[in-house]
Design a protein around this ligand. Structure first.
Ligand code: NAP
Length: 286
């Protein structure tokens, strides 16, 4: 694990994060969660939307890692009429058999009757001790502005899709977040490897991995180069895998040297030649 990043509310954000979404959605992922924790991950990302909270809780229990050494993030869906975010979070905690989460996010800005009211309910979750920190996910500048104008506190993070094929389009929201001390947390950072066939990045990633292999004397993979690119940008990431060896491949990034500026610029330039967004396509709408 890399050193935790200080959040604006004074807490620390451990990373890399192991996610229970995408390929693990709707599955009994307890074995994968336990394996990730035993390998060394200390931060699990889950969500109401993934419908696997009981398995996440079971995996945490099976791992034997004490709760005090763990950081758990969950994400809430819009609440039904008459209910509150605290009702949803209490339900999630019961299912996971946890007393609190460390970070609770509004999963998406869409589908809420009143986003500023949703944010006030998130603040209530923190006051009630159900979560230590609160943040958002998939928020655009306009959504962040809406809650800034209606709420008392800023979200500590905005979890968003970031990889080289979407980086250019993300610059305005990243700039806004920098100005307001909101940490970006990437998901789908490895999308160029498995959601895009071929693609202009591949030869660049191979060339950088090959050069790094020569300088470090060990294996360096395309996935590690993409994760180093996020680190170079100052963006911690949520990833996942069902392949046990990949857990160690991801964790080994912490021991690799930073990309140099030229590597970063080459990846940026190749990423700019194609735009691919895989989640929340409304983000690209004017
Ligand atoms: N807030 C949101 O709206 C949102 C949206 C999406 C995701 N997330 C969170 O972020 C987590 C990670 O999302 P993600 O799955 O999109 O992350 P990712 O890091 O982009 O991709 C992880 C996947 O990459 C595959 N992979 C790794 N190396 C590869 C290689 N060399 N070639 C081909 N495939 C390779 C792995 O496959 P194997 O499993 O086969 O090893 C794994 O399933 C989710 O679990 C969830 O917690 C949040």
């Amino acid at each position: 694990m890399t050193s935790p990043i200080a959040l604006v509310d004074g807490t620390g954000f451990p990373w890399p994060v192991y996610g229970s979404g995408t390929s693990l959605r709707d599955t009994d992922c307890s074995t994968q969660i336990a394996a990730a924790l035993r390998a060394g991950f200390r931060h699990i990302d889950c969500a109401e939307m993934y419908r696997n909270a009981a398995a996440v809780g079971a995996g945490i229990a099976q791992s034997g890692v004490p709760r005090g050494e763990l950081y758990v993030t969950t994400k809430l869906l819009p609440v039904p009429a008459g209910a509150t975010a605290a009702d949803s979070l209490r339900g999630a905690l019961r299912t996971m058999q946890l007393g609190h989460v460390d970070l609770c996010l509004v999963h998406e800005p869409v589908g809420h009757r009143d986003l500023a009211e949703t944010w006030r309910q998130m603040e209530a979750c923190r006051t009630l001790g159900l979560t230590k920190s609160i943040g958002v996910s998939n928020f655009r500048v306009r959504d962040l502005e809406e809650i800034r104008q209606g709420g008392a506190s800023v979200p500590v993070v905005n979890q968003i899709e970031v990889h080289p094929y979407v980086y250019e389009a993300s610059l305005p929201v990243l700039q806004y977040m920098r100005e307001h001390h909101i940490l970006p947390v990437a998901f789908s950072g490895l999308a160029p490897l498995w959601r895009v066939q071929g693609g202009p990045l591949n030869p660049i990633l191979d060339a950088i991995a090959s050069r790094m292999r020569d300088t470090t004397g060990g294996a360096v993979t395309r996935a590690q180069v993409l994760q180093l690119w996020l680190r170079k940008k100052g963006i911690p990431y949520t990833t996942t895998t069902s392949t046990p060896d990949r857990l160690y491949e991801y964790l080994a990034v912490a021991q690799l040297p930073d990309l140099d500026d030229d590597d970063e610029q080459q990846i940026d330039a190749a990423g700019r030649t194609a735009h691919h967004r895989f989640f929340c396509k409304y983000i690209d709408e004017p």
